[in-house]
Design a protein around this ligand. Structure first.
Ligand code: PRX
Length: 651
């Protein structure tokens, strides 16, 4: 790559990238001094700092207590009442934002729609009335299984408006994954579409819903948006078309105020066990955090066109496609389809056409673009861009530099934002007008966030040494619990490092106090920025009649960050072969979704285990990565199992 000499020097020199004077001058936080003042104020009295952020929202009733912290359960803005949908819509209607674009949407086939704040408000009110007529009430859970169309945001905001909680399930998940999430949340309503466009083909969503609901008898109503127009079956009494449900509904809706701690949404994510966790976020704290971080990290201005490429099925889509930007009255670009459809320059062509100013995407996408070369972006006018962002996994310096030079023209700061489904919003990130960036580092915790790198006892790790990434104090956007499993919440996040929220990530602090996130230290792998539990994939494999035992690990992958290797021992009598490989890959895709499909399946007659029978994943990770194991192998029961695995295999 042409950049290589620069990277070497950069890593040697520890070069930093400062925002230009012009960028800093116009930024909300435009100097190291301003940043430090903010950090100091927040450190002195964090609760007061967050109260000031919360006051930037519209409250129908003020809170009586800002933080109620009974370790490990937090309540923020107790006694306060607000409506998330009103904060994202109604409060922008009094002034010039009323006729400003809230959503600029583009479908994969090229169809476009723009909704002003007034129009989006109207759609949300109509749909809130439609949902009410169908029986949705405050306190209910509503599953949303939608393509990236404006109605996905409309559904979320309408559900929130009613004080019900949405559980958005990524449309790439399989019907079985959808079924499990509907059952776990006890959702009685589902909002979906006939299908969505992806890579030039229709993803049949309603068919997947039908399959899932065969085992969800409690679901009362399914609202179906007509998007692709293909034939679907509608079950009498249960299924209703969106346009029929909305027909004749008033465009006004008086929104009730809800408790700050009223659940806003559940979002399922993978942990280190086989069962996905329903991460629960509530209204006041989450919205405060999403709005604050969106404004400061993306330095949002009135005339920005903000494009976050995440799907609403992930937390990034919740916080930075819907709630964060809309709470700030910003203009959001929303895109339905795949980044390379119909051609490899779709993103760049869209940036040029919509004059996007702030662009936020994932390192895996950037690496894919690096491979395709600079020719594609160079053909388009990207001069509207002023700020770039990344999220989902550590970004390698090569990709960072390419992004900076080829997409940002060398003039756009890059915000590398570290956060999680559980944190609700960004936690560690540069403020683009103030923080000098180091490629590959998410830099420093935002003011108000007390993140640290510690050992198992919670003692600070030495500068330069690795440790566990924790957060020492509660913050407004933190998850409140795992839905229906408060003990699991305590165990998962608050039992590993005394007194701290444990993120599951390892990190290192450098001499300047910059955080370098090293990745997961638990049984979670990060494939193309998406979290997958190795145990969840293993249980899908073991569910196959030919499989006796399975162990899944991540292996390094240039494009996806990590790929998935599955080590499988078959039942006696079953023979390994390409057909079985396909069958097993298919079984995982069916149970979870195509994103979890293993890249490699390796058959073994035995897996390396300790004498007590625990699979030694560390060794398997080394085998998958093709490196020698350095660590202790003395507990290994059968050395030959490892040697056989190392031997070259056909896949
Ligand atoms: O390992 C970290 C990685 O993604 C995990 C969170 O995944 P998820 O809940 O799916 O949310 C992704 C989008 C917020 C983290 O535990 N991660 C996320 N952002 C970064 C990151 N790793 C390094 N640098 C980042 N900027």
């Amino acid at each position: 790559m042409a950049n290589e000499p620069t990277i070497t020097t950069l890593l040697k020199e520890g070069r930093t990238f400062k925002p230009s004077a012009a960028f800093a001058k116009a930024a909300h936080v435009g100097s190291a001094k301003a940043w430090e003042a903010l950090r100091k104020a927040a450190a002195k009295d964090p609760v007061r700092f967050w109260e000031a952020r919360a006051r930037e929202l519209r409250w129908e009733k003020p809170w009586s207590k800002a933080l109620d912290w009974k370790f490990p359960f937090a309540k923020w803005f107790v006694g306060g009442k607000l409506n998330a949908s009103v904060n994202c819509l109604d409060r922008h209607l009094d002034g010039p934002r009323a006729n400003k674009a809230a959503l600029i949407w583009e479908g994969e086939p090229g169809d476009t729609r723009t909704l002003t704040y007034r129009q989006l408000h109207r759609e949300v009110c109509v749909f809130a009335n439609a949902l009410t007529a169908l029986g949705v009430k405050a306190g209910d859970r509503v599953a949303v299984y939608m393509p990236m169309v404006p109605e996905a945001a409309v559904a979320m905001l309408a559900i929130a408006r009613l004080g019900a909680a949405h559980s958005v399930v990524f449309a790439g998940f399989s019907s079985e994954a959808l079924r499990d999430r509907i059952l776990d949340a006890d959702a009685r309503f589902v909002v979906t579409a006939d299908g969505g466009w992806r890579k030039g083909a229709v993803v049949p969503l309603k068919a997947a819903v039908d399959e899932a609901l065969a085992q969800c008898p409690a679901v009362q109503k399914v609202v179906v948006l007509r998007r692709t127009g293909q034939g679907v079956s509608m079950k009498e009494g249960r299924d209703v078309w969106w346009h029929d449900a909305a027909a004749g509904m008033p465009a006004r809706h008086r929104a009730a105020a809800h408790d700050a701690e009223n659940p806003l949404f559940i979002l399922y994510t993978s942990g280190s066990t086989g069962k996905p966790k329903g991460v629960l976020h509530t209204t006041g704290g989450y919205l405060t955090h999403a709005a604050y971080t969106c404004r400061l990290v993306f330095d949002l201005k009135e005339d920005d066109v903000f494009w976050c490429t995440a799907d609403v099925g992930w937390v990034t889509g919740h916080s930075y496609v819907v709630y964060g930007p809309l709470a700030n009255g910003a203009t959001v670009l929303m895109y339905e389809g795949a980044p390379m459809t119909p051609g490899p320059d779709r993103f760049w062509e869209m940036i040029a056409r919509h004059r996007v100013t702030v662009f936020y995407t994932a390192p895996t996408a950037i690496r894919a673009f690096v491979r395709l070369g600079a020719g594609h972006p160079d053909r388009h006018d990207l001069s509207s861009l002023r700020l770039l962002g990344t999220v989902g996994e550590p970004i390698n310096p090569e990709a960072w530099l390419w992004y900076h030079k080829t997409i940002g023209g060398g003039r756009c700061p890059i915000v590398d934002t570290w956060w999680q489904t559980e944190t609700g919003g960004i936690m560690i990130s540069p403020l683009p007008g103030a923080t000098p960036a180091k490629p590959g580092s998410a830099t420093k915790p935002l003011p108000g966030i007390e993140a640290a790198v510690v050992d198992r006892q919670g003692r600070p790790a030495a500068k330069g040494a690795g440790g566990l990434l924790v957060v020492r104090r509660p913050w407004p956007g933190m998850l409140r619990t795992i839905y229906g499993a408060p003990e699991r919440y305590r165990e998962q996040y608050f039992s590993q490092v005394p007194g701290c929220y444990f993120t599951g990530d390892g990190a290192r602090l450098d001499a300047d106090g910059y955080f370098w996130v090293l990745g997961r230290v638990d049984d979670v792998i990060n494939v193309a920025g998406h979290r997958l539990s190795t145990m969840e994939i293993e249980s899908a494999l073991v569910g196959h009649p030919k499989v006796a035992e399975a162990a899944v690990v991540g292996h390094p992958d240039d494009l996806k960050g990590q790929g998935i290797t599955a080590f499988v021992t078959l039942q006696s009598g079953a023979a390994a072969g390409p057909d079985v490989v396909d069958e097993l890959k298919g079984a995982v895709a069916k149970a979870i979704g195509a994103i979890a499909r293993p890249d490699r399946i390796r058959f073994a007659d035995a897996l390396p285990k300790t004498r007590s029978g625990k699979i030694m994943r560390r060794l398997l990770r080394d085998v998958a990565a093709g490196v020698e194991s350095k660590g202790d192998t003395t507990t290994l029961e059968d050395f030959s199992a490892l040697a056989r695995l190392r031997a070259p295999q056909e896949e």
